[in-house]
Design a protein around this ligand. Structure first.
Ligand SMILES: Nc1ncnc2c1ncn2[C@@H]1O[C@H](COP(=O)(O)OP(=O)(O)OP(=O)(O)O)[C@@H](O)[C@H]1O
Length: 322
């Protein structure tokens, strides 16, 4: 089923399937995922490590080829574009990575790093490049005169993430995929970077796909949230509504496991017991059934489709909680 987020979504993923082949075996990383992201929206994508979040993000950007399915950006199917038309489209879609320090070339100066997308995009006038780099560095809270001539190792993790954000915004993209943008950072500066992303979103009119395993972070920034388990979506809905009344047992367990700031209050339940099954041989029917307290025979034989459980909220579960 298609999940209608807006009459004219900026990004639309249809029945996307992405697999890896390792040692003759197939890893089912993303299986039949459909999603829509409205213009100006932040969609949070959550799930345990290895559930396919990054693979989905990379497949959206065409950094990983999908086995099947479509990725429609502003009406254009990116999976069918090649060469210059794809490069043109890609400039409108950018990615911010988890590890800011590792994603900056240690031998290049900050000014050149941030200017690189402009060079690749063919902005030939050095004066224009300097102006755009200076504008975007100021926007992310760095002084262009002080930082442009320096090397990445002279900056902290938080400052490096600011530089990465500047680099991703220098071409004025419309859509940005933030893949765990704060998980490698010190807890004390995570809020600053999240605030910066919010500010940049407003200033540049961005639409964001925000990938994270940390539900508290996703809750803070997302308009809607999509929950992924072992390559499939299990629930999608407006953020506040989904956190207040989760429908999928997996979402409920993830929410119950969010650490509470008060040390005397312990989470009532931990993240689902045990490790997720292997994506090489995912369980039949509902992939969550082997760890689900509500599973029965039907869950083993029938793949649950995403169905409406409340206005704007969808869950792929035979026994939803609401
Ligand atoms: N390049 C690759 N080659 C083979 N298998 C891969 C590759 N990248 C990811 N995988 C596998 O695909 C599955 C999905 O991985 P992915 O990194 O997309 O998940 P994730 O939810 O983003 O996890 P994490 O938060 O740990 O990055 C995992 O089983 C992973 O081991």
């Amino acid at each position: 089923m298609m999940l209608q987020a807006a009459p004219d979504p900026l990004m639309k993923v249809e029945n996307l399937v992405v697999e890896y082949s390792v040692g003759g075996k197939t890893i089912h990383a993303v299986s039949d995922v459909s999603l829509e992201i409205a213009r100006g929206e932040t969609l949070g994508l959550v799930g345990e490590s290895g559930c396919g979040k990054s693979t989905l993000g990379r497949a959206v950007l065409q950094l990983r080829q999908a086995v099947s399915g479509k990725v429609l950006f502003d009406g254009h199917d990116l999976t069918t574009l090649k060469g210059e038309p794809l490069r043109k489209m890609r400039r409108r879609v950018q990615l911010i990575f988890q590890d800011p320090i590792a994603s900056l070339n240690p031998r290049r100066r900050i000014g050149d790093i941030v200017a690189e997308p402009l060079v690749i995009a063919g902005v030939k006038d050095p004066e224009e490049r300097r102006r755009r780099v200076s504008d975007v560095l100021s926007a992310v809270g760095l002084d262009p005169a002080l930082v442009s001539g320096r090397l990445p190792h002279e900056f902290s993790g938080g400052q490096c993430q600011r530089i990465c954000i500047a680099r991703s915004l220098v071409l004025n993209p419309e859509f940005v995929i933030c893949d765990e943008p704060v998980s490698a950072l010190d807890v004390s500066i995570r809020a600053q970077i999240l605030n910066l992303l919010e500010e940049m979103k407003a200033r540049y009119g961005l639409t964001l796909l925000f990938i994270a395993h940390d539900l508290a972070v996703v809750k803070a920034v997302s308009d809607r949230v999509a929950v992924m388990y072992l390559g499939r979506l299990c629930e999608v809905g407006p953020s506040e509504q989904l956190f207040a009344r989760p429908a999928h047992p997996y979402t409920a367990l993830l929410i119950e496991a969010i650490p509470v700031p008060d040390p005397d209050v312990r989470p009532t339940q931990s993240v689902p017991v045990g490790e997720p099954p292997s994506p090489i041989a995912p369980p039949s029917g509902c992939r969550f059934r082997t760890r689900c307290p509500r599973a029965d025979a039907r869950c083993a034989s029938e793949v649950p489709e995403l169905r409406v459980v409340a206005p704007g909220q969808f869950a792929a579960c035979h026994h939803p909680l609401i």
